[in-house]
Design a protein around this ligand. Sequence first.
Ligand SMILES: [Mg+2]
Length: 366
Amino acid sequence: MLIQRITVGDIVLPLKTPFKTALRTVTELQDLVLCIETDTGHTGYGEAAPTAVITGDTLGSMRAALALIAPRLIGKDLRDFNALLAIVHQTLLHNNSLKAALEIALYDLRAQQFGVPLYQLLGGGTPRIKTDITISLNDGATMVQDSLAAVAQGFDALKIKVGAADWRADVDNTLAIYRAVGPKIKLLLDANQAWSPKEAVRIIQALENAGVDLACVEQPVAADDGAGLAFVTAHTRTPILADESARSVHDVLQIFATHSADLINIKLMKMAGISQAIEVAQLARRHQRHCMLGCMLESGISVTAAAHFAVAFADVVRLIDLDGPMLCQGSAIEGGMEMDGPWITLPDAPGLGISAVRGLRDVQQY
Ligand SMILES: [Mg+2]
């Protein structure tokens, strides 16, 4: 199976409602899509989200990085899989999201080569998982309304974006949601670095003292404030989850060594794809820790890959936050994961199970 052609284009999907976090507001998804074709007629699909404020990647920077890597992959044999991964990772530093898209497409092809769904290539499992859904940062009444609507659709885990201008609003909004949806609904908070360490402890303790049993609080403090993250973890009972602070295998090693967080959010975009996400999952297993499998504003290609990963590492991945495609109006892909309320089901087809992607813009070929 030789790589013959690599095609890149953008997909644009409007969001159902604006996606608001402490870091940004977004109204449409615009992601890079890769199609790697082989001499055997197989196509591997990959996708990358340009999350400049988190990974530093933009659509332009990803295309520039691809221009360096793609020509080096043409003509190479899928049987030399590790050599292909080495080309992806060693041609240039950083550019993790583009590397993730390339790895997803290569793993898609590798699983097709063996004639099995990707989750089976990664170790097997039951191809049906349940995701949470994100509640955007808004005024309290809107957040309660959005939470109730999500519960009515069958979601039993809500990821609430916090980081309001006044920290007391975060406590009040969370309490209001908790009272509205009841204790059976799992609540996760994501502050996206918005709080100072002391503020985070004050907010989390206020919620603990009010009897709100949070599943976790994600990234309470600045990404580079390892000491601050450790301070929050040491002074609260609620599990603390590292997201922006956990951008590489090295970061995860540091977090475990210094006990600065309880949980790790694995995102393929941050971890530069599947191979390093596997390393993180194995490290977590060794340290008897759990992970969340999350995504950026991604559509059905890379989230299907993430779902395959979550299935194969279900012993470690206990929290699933793969609602990206649900936030979009429509879809550009045929095949891949099926969504029904909170349920994600993977097709019994080789690779990712994706057969086509429609409507790519600004197409380039290598
Ligand atoms: Mg997050």
